[in-house]
Write a protein that binds this ligand. Sequence first.
Ligand SMILES: [Zn+2]
Length: 434
Amino acid sequence: MIIDLSRLRSEYFAFPSAGEVLTDTLGASPSVSSLKDFPSRVATKSGSLEELLQREHIVDSGAALRAIDEASTGLIILPPEYRIGEDAVRDLVVYDLDSMLRLDSMAVQRRLLGDDATGHRLSKKRKQQYAWSPEKVMSAAFSILGEEGDIEAIHSTIGWFGRDQHRRILSLYRSVQGAELRAFQNMVAYKLLIPTFRKALRTGKYGDRVLDDALKNDLAMKVLKYERYVTRHNLKSSLSRLDVDFTDLIDVSEIPFASGTKVVQVPSQRKTLNDSYQFKLTGIPFVEGNKITEAYSEVWEARGKCYCKDKTYRSDRRVSAHDEDFFCAHEISAYHTLRRKNEGEDVHVPLLPFLIPTKEMIGFVDKLRYQTIMLTYRPQTQRWSKRTLNHTEMENLMFKKVMRDGYEACFTTSIDRFREEKYNPDLDLVRFRN
Ligand SMILES: [Zn+2]
């Protein structure tokens, strides 16, 4: 995402309208009939705008992905077949099992376990025995989808069951938003915590606590590390203009609960109703020491109890014997924070089931947000209109990309992979425009 620093904080997470996409990519906002006078890439089989406007185009998702690939700048135009309207959105995300990538399926088991596959959901013991890690399972599920799935069908969300019989539903797009919110909070931390820690070092007091040597060293190290980061990535002037406060930090409460439960506070993206959400995470896959085997079963139990609209309206929609938990961006960002906070501790979170996008996938999503419009046609009025994509339409296209390019090119669940590649996704997840 791009944060426009000339805007208000409540607009940081808003994306451009169709008119703004046109102005940004073409320098003008032409009507549909005048689009032909401007350069653009049309995401259909032939790529002809004229053919599209005469409704003689052929849908070809491979060609659509190529058009998006090739448009490093400029306008991308999608045909109306990629439209998924609001009614369909609610139904699709939670009702339609055909569009969901199911990690408990027989096909995934067969791919990973061969003759040991039973089709029954794996017990805790068997998940541990087979090292049922998110990275391995996601990779297998997506590779089956890439080989056997229909790229022209509508795809949306990943699902699996926990031991509580709740179906967890994870969206690719919410995964990106969760990673963005986490990267945003990191930027906020660089802005707010450097002066806070400096002041503590100067006064010898941090909140109500008097600094002892250990805390003094810890804060001094952090200041040094943060300042180095800000300098190395040339963030100083952008951060000075970032309009944020302490409610923009993700906070994990120290109040103790049963093992595997924490209360967290996560900023609201738009800040229109709430500054932040405070809620519980349960089933946190904490592991003691090097007992990584336990993580293979516990990682699938993660749950959140956020009460934002996104979660509330997308969970429990199906008439079914199972509760359904749709992970929202707040929960995902809180899990990333919790993992980071406990890194290197004896009790830590070695595995998470949430997808972190690669540079390639971040670029793809940003093209859909900032460079793409969809043309839709109403036969009743015989008129074309232009619009930007909703979350489910982006999700569907993201799935198509993973089907074509493979899981590893698009996502990982392991930040260690990026560390080995010396890649820091934060700087692509949140970019600044002055
Ligand atoms: Zn939420």
